[in-house]
Design a protein around this ligand. Structure first.
Ligand SMILES: Nc1ncnc2c1ncn2[C@@H]1O[C@H](COP(=O)(O)OP(=O)(O)OP(=O)(O)O)[C@@H](O)[C@H]1O
Length: 292
């Protein structure tokens, strides 16, 4: 597992879509939210940021579209350096879905809300409306188009917030705790929509406390602790690194814990539910009937 640089544990040599080098970020009250972080996002990948409360996940995410800027450091988005004076390119290429969906919902109806960003970019009203409807359809929320955003449920707001970002066709979508506060059914729906967006060619970066979800969705996991990235790599490496997880106050995903408790063959390393079930089924098939 790689601690310092961000080669991602893969052989990816393409230029990153987003490349952040942040020596430190200090909040106005003097709290250091993040230090010595290098983080990049490549085309067609899903990256999950995990870590305990206050580890620095939101601080890192908010640097990716220049909502926050480093005290010292640099952000490049699609190869272009982003400056404090001109964050527009980063805002356009990196769409941010906030954990608190209310922050994002500003218009009287859902469809107005989703077309709001497009109108700001000067897209004519009818064209903006059609694109907004298409984005709502992508997240299965077209039926909400005439509703008042304020009265939507938490899960519905999350989907509408996602549509509002998607409609601007960013290269990367950043989601801060996309499943927080959602019931299992809504969580599944939002997770499915995120997967669908990724399949459509958009890179995704998200933070989560749900390591089962991270194991299901991520190509790459970054572990944060005390404002640093302390480990990164494919889920199968990160989630079997007991020492790394313990010092980051994290518990392994369910599949990892069950695999250990069930003494599944060393080296099998399942991280998702379906991988675990596959291994258990294979073991049952290999066990002679008389010894079951
Ligand atoms: N606006 C702020 N002003 C001062 N300190 C802040 C601010 N926002 C975050 N911090 C501090 O920065 C550190 C990192 O916080 P951050 O919100 O990035 O962590 P997190 O990993 O997203 O946490 P959580 O999982 O609890 O949401 C914490 O010590 C936090 O108290």
């Amino acid at each position: 597992m790689i601690d310092g640089d961000d080669s991602g544990g893969s052989d990816d040599v393409t230029d990153p879509l987003v490349d952040l080098r942040c020596e430190s970020h200090t909040y106005p009250d003097g709290t250091v939210g993040m230090c010595d972080v290098e983080f990049s996002v490549h085309a067609d990948e899903v990256v999950a940021l995990v870590g305990g409360n206050g580890a620095g996940k939101s601080t890192l995410l908010e640097h990716l579209n220049a909502t926050l800027t480093p005290d010292e450091g640099e952000l490049h988005v699609t190869g272009r350096r982003v400056t404090d004076e001109d964050p527009a390119h980063a805002r356009r290429e990196v769409g941010f879905v906030f954990q608190d969906a209310d922050t994002q919902l500003v218009a009287p109806t859902v469809v107005d809300d989703v077309m709001f960003g497009l109108r700001n970019y000067g897209v004519p009203a009818e064209q903006a409306r059609e694109r907004a409807k298409a984005a709502l359809e992508t997240v299965d929320a077209l039926h909400l188009q005439d509703r008042i955003p304020h009265y939507l449920s938490g899960g519905e707001k999350r989907l509408v917030g996602l549509a509002g970002v998607l409609v601007l066709e960013p290269s990367v979508i950043v989601l801060d705790e996309p499943l927080a506060g959602l019931d299992p059914q809504r969580s599944r729906l939002v997770a499915d929509r995120i997967e669908r967006i990724h399949e459509a060619g958009v890179s995704v970066v998200l933070s989560t406390h749900d390591l089962d979800f991270a194991a299901e969705i991520a190509d790459r996991v970054c572990v944060m602790c005390d404002g640093n990235v302390v480990g990164r790599g494919p889920p199968r490496e990160v989630f079997y690194d007991e020492e790394l997880l313990a010092r980051s106050n994290l518990h392994p995903p369910t599949a990892v814990r069950v695999a250990r408790e069930a003494h599944l063959p060393t080296g099998s390393h399942p991280v998702t539910r379906s991988e675990l079930v596959g291994l258990i089924d294979a073991r049952a098939a290999d066990t002679p009937r008389s010894s079951r």
